[in-house]
Design a protein around this ligand. Structure first.
Ligand code: ZN
Length: 188
């Protein structure tokens, strides 16, 4: 039986730390990945990084297959990932399970070349574009202590100021699983 892990929220220190690399994927990590997956699906998310479950580890999962258009895309498990190269530009609306109810359009590179370890700790190099690239960039940011609100313009930041400070105060304490998301929104 897999557990639901509480999701950390905006304002918590763990979300601002650069994560430590994993040296090995043992049975504890496999169990953690399963629990993270369960937690992400329950919160209607399409990506989740270890700091979002209060762990300082360079580990994130992405699964966009819940969206009909991407139903054949396999989940990606990123161990110690890093973006090696990026190209192009894409505008896309983003949200984050750690920052409930805040979403805004962001510009990010479209195509990324990512290096990471698979579950056997072999080095993998992959190219991603579109939504998968977008979510992977968001998760790798989490592993570097960066949040999508950091990209906001002054105007957008002002627009969400109250909401962000409410989250910091625990006024939108998300007792996950979150049911406040509409079915058509997938945070990551
Ligand atoms: Zn996020």
């Amino acid at each position: 039986m897999h557990k639901l892990l509480p999701i950390t929220t905006y304002g918590m220190d763990i979300l601002r730390k650069k994560t430590k690399p994993l040296e090995d994927v043992d049975t504890n990590i496999i169990e953690l990945i399963e629990n993270m997956y369960n937690t992400m699906r329950h919160a209607n998310g399409i990506g989740l990084a270890a700091p979002q479950v209060n762990l300082n580890l360079s580990l994130a999962i992405v699964d966009i297959s819940v969206i009909e258009e991407y139903k054949n895309i396999k989940p990606v498990i990123l161990v110690n990932p890093a973006i090696e190269e990026s190209h192009g530009e894409m505008v896309f609306e983003e949200g984050c399970l750690s920052i409930p109810e805040v979403r805004a359009e962001l510009t990010r590179p479209d195509k990324v070349f990512v290096k990471y370890n698979d579950l056997d700790m072999n080095e993998v190099k992959m190219e991603y574009d579109g939504l998968l690239s977008r979510v992977i960039q968001h998760e790798i940011d989490h592993l570097n202590g960066k949040l999508f609100v950091d990209y906001f313009s002054k105007e957008v930041k002002r627009e969400y100021q109250k909401q962000l400070s409410d989250i910091k105060k625990g006024k939108i304490a998300p007792d996950y699983p979150l049911h406040i998301y509409s079915d058509d929104f997938h945070g990551f």
